[in-house]
Design a protein around this ligand. Structure first.
Ligand code: SF4
Length: 361
């Protein structure tokens, strides 16, 4: 059951226009002119794999534009997580000392309606050779950079040949020990997880893959098979999910998703609070709603299935866990009030450190 959501007949090419969505019956004809205006700002792309399961509302809402995207609220930002403030070279973000984000391409297999990089994805394609040289030169000159996170855009929208070439150049930098792909490809275009790509991943910096997936119905049989291929190739698999109203903002939906991921050997890693990207307010929950969902999940799921609920602080200050919290201060030093998964509160007194006990004797 995990890998068999309802399917429509498979189309042969991705849908990229409002007219195609209308022809497929995925959008309301009355909204057509308004959707054309939305599509001029934020691109459309829906792969055959996702079209086949787009009858599921939790899937369609992620990829089919709505008129709500035309509503831009004052708090919404073009660069909600502040990538640009930390960009020493085109495509590069260096926010933390030990890691960089490298956006090698701005194209994706799908264009998600809530994307926090929606102002840039789909625009410029891949980095030019001089731009990539600049980015790699920055990485080379900073020996503290231990990890390179390839994102974008979707780095696996590049051909296996280009992925291999990029990995080979990164492998020439001795201090780069880990390369992490952030991608939707295994789910939205699983046929791209080819033998050539898997061969490219077999390289000295350890290649890890973080799968972006938001709804259990995305995990089609072909997607599960792609995850299996990655797993057999020894690529560690984690997932990240965005908390989205109308898609997955219910404990039961996320429970199905996280269980399915672990069953497919993918460790749920992050549940992101929806960023303040322009035209996305209809997707956003409150933090209190997100914490309540996480609290319900803690009672229902093994810890292995639980991601960390995180907020990217607007402006670029980084990512932080946002709870819910289970530990509160007690009456005195070293005393705490601890809440269990059923909401019962317990006292916990920190034992005195052993060296202090010895000093008292
Ligand atoms: S695949 Fe990722 S980068 Fe591309 S539109 Fe979706 S969320 Fe944004």
């Amino acid at each position: 059951m995990t890998c068999a959501p309802p399917r429509a007949p498979r189309i042969s090419a991705a849908l990229t226009t409002v007219d195609q969505l209308l022809a497929e019956g995925l959008a309301d004809p009355a909204d057509g002119p308004g959707l054309q205006a939305v599509a001029e700002t934020f691109r459309i792309r829906l792969t055959p794999e996702m079209r086949a399961v787009a009858e599921a509302p939790g899937v369609a809402a992620q990829f089919v534009p709505t008129l709500a995207e035309a509503v831009i609220r004052p708090e919404e930002l073009a660069d909600p997580i502040g990538d640009h403030a930390f960009s020493p070279a085109p495509g590069l973000t260096h926010r933390y000392p030990d890691r960089v984000i490298l956006a090698a391409t701005q194209t994706c297999e799908v264009y998600c309606r809530f994307c926090f990089r929606r102002e840039t994805v789909g625009s410029d394609g891949a980095l030019s050779t001089p731009e990539l040289d600049l980015a790699l030169d920055h990485i080379r000159r900073h020996p503290a950079i231990w990890e390179v996170i390839l994102t974008g855009g979707d780095p696996l929208s590049l051909s296996p040949r280009r992925v291999a070439a990029l990995l080979a150049r990164l492998a020439e930098i001795d201090h780069v020990q880990v390369i992490r792909f952030h991608t939707r490809v295994p789910v939205v275009a699983p046929e791209r997880i080819s033998e050539d790509l898997l061969a490219a991943f077999d390289i000295r910096p350890a290649v890890h893959l973080v799968l972006h997936t938001n709804h259990p119905d995305e995990l089609t049989p072909a997607a599960c098979a792609a995850l299996r291929r990655l797993n057999r190739a020894g690529v560690p698999l984690l997932s990240q999910t965005v908390l989205l109203k109308g898609v997955n903002a219910e404990a039961a939906v996320l429970e199905r998703l996280f269980r399915a991921l672990v069953q497919n050997r993918v460790k749920p890693y992050y549940l992101h609070h929806c960023d303040l990207a322009k035209g996305t307010s209809h997707f956003r929950t409150t933090i209190a709603e997100g914490q309540a969902i996480m609290a319900q999940l803690r009672g229902r799921l093994s810890g292995m299935c639980l991601p960390t609920y995180v907020l990217d602080i607007p402006g670029g200050a980084g990512k932080v866990p946002i709870g819910p919290g289970y530990l509160a201060p007690g009456k005195g030093p070293g005393q705490y009030r601890v809440t269990d998964w059923q909401g019962r509160v317990h006292d916990y007194d920190d034992p005195r450190p052993a060296d202090q006990c010895l000093a008292d004797q």
